[in-house]
Design a protein around this ligand. Structure first.
Ligand SMILES: Nc1ncnc2c1ncn2[C@@H]1O[C@H](COP(=O)(O)OP(=O)(O)OP(=O)(O)O)[C@@H](O)[C@H]1O
Ligand SMILES: [Mg+2]
Length: 316
């Protein structure tokens, strides 16, 4: 079953292969939703500080920081999440670091699979359940790790049959597994490895979790400057007959320019071939969105604003 359009959901996880633009897409998506009048929490999982850099603010911690009146940013911290959980559920106020408990927590979290994941996904689901924000956008970890996070509540519910832990994992699973509420956005580029990973990830999400893929964002799409007619003209100009004339009559840099146009055409052709593979392998009900290569030196907020504008056009 496919839920509402991407923008109609309340919890969006942006994932994909390393370096394809997860943070860029998550930052732009959160800004776009905030500009549409929603209150938005953007949450970074790996705490590298890239998400705050996308908004040009200093690295954030577990406590959300406002970027605009409707957009807040936070970074996940599993120990802080545990502290908050204990304070809210057991009414145990814990000031500062947990001290010896932190070491015990580290031990448990390392030894027991799913503990770190449940604290991460639990905090996110709790923000959604409490309706502190209209939408939560997660700059999620790369492909492999997201599966264990999204499957954690189901896995724990299966292990623990009764009691408070089961109840906790149950309401989380209800949020995650409800396509009206939650969706995964897979970011990719039109290259061989990212596309292969996208196909594998969507299959694994379907087999190993009950979370729905809300859309694929194909990032860094090259503009179609040259049609078949121009491509034929470049080929002719690059042929031996014309090259001799060009070398003789045109400025010294001309052959390099021609070479660059040939490469651009070739690159685009390769990318469109990879995109064909993606379209063929994907469930046709999963929408594909396109984000162009931004040929600017823009970094930070300027780039995030451009991404938000492009996404707004794409997502309608
Ligand atoms: N559409 C685009 N046009 C130009 N540059 C882009 C575009 N999208 C992303 N980039 C650049 O590519 C780099 C990687 O992007 P980003 O950090 O968003 O990827 P990521 O998937 O979050 O990486 P990681 O796996 O390391 O977290 C950044 O320098 C970013 O500015
Ligand atoms: Mg990132």
């Amino acid at each position: 079953m496919i839920g509402p359009v991407l923008t109609g959901r309340r919890l969006l996880f942006v994932t994909g292969k390393g370096g394809v633009g997860k943070t860029t897409v998550a930052a732009g998506l959160a800004l776009m939703l905030a500009e549409q009048g929603k209150t938005v929490l953007a949450c970074e999982i790996d705490a590298k500080g890239d998400l705050s850099a996308a908004y040009e603010i200093p690295p954030v911690g577990f406590d959300p920081v406002k970027v605009t009146s409707s957009l807040s940013v936070m970074a996940m911290d599993t120990e802080a999440s545990l502290r908050e959980y204990l304070r809210l559920n057991l009414k145990i106020p814990i000031m500062g670091r947990i001290g010896p408990l932190a070491a015990a927590f580290d031990f448990v979290a390392t030894a027991a699979p799913g503990v770190r994941e449940i604290l991460t996904v639990g905090k996110i689901c709790w923000e959604v359940r409490e309706r502190h924000y209209d939408v939560v956008v997660v700059d999620a970890p790369a492909s492999g790790h997201i599966i264990s996070q999204l499957a954690a509540p189901d896995a724990i519910a299966e292990l623990v049959r009764i009691g408070p832990i089961r109840n906790q994992s149950q309401w989380m699973a209800e949020i995650l597994n409800n396509p009206q509420a939650t969706g995964v956005v897979v970011a990719t580029t039109a290259e061989e490895m990212p596309i292969a990973e996208t196909i594998e990830l969507t299959q694994r999400l379907e087999q190993e979790t009950s979370v729905e893929v809300a859309g694929i964002v194909v990032n860094r799409v090259l503009p179609e400057r040259f049609g078949p007619r121009e491509a034929a003209a470049f080929a002719a100009l690059n042929s031996d007959t014309h090259r001799a004339w060009i070398d003789e009559h045109l400025p010294e840099g001309a052959p390099a320019v021609l070479e660059a146009t040939r490469l651009a055409t070739q690159l685009r052709r390769h990318r469109s071939r990879h995109l064909d593979v993606l379209r063929r392998e994907m469930d046709p009900s999963v929408p594909l969105y396109y984000l162009p290569e931004l040929f600017t030196r823009a970094e930070g907020l300027r780039m995030t604003r451009q991404v938000a504008t492009h996404l707004a056009e794409e997502l309608g």
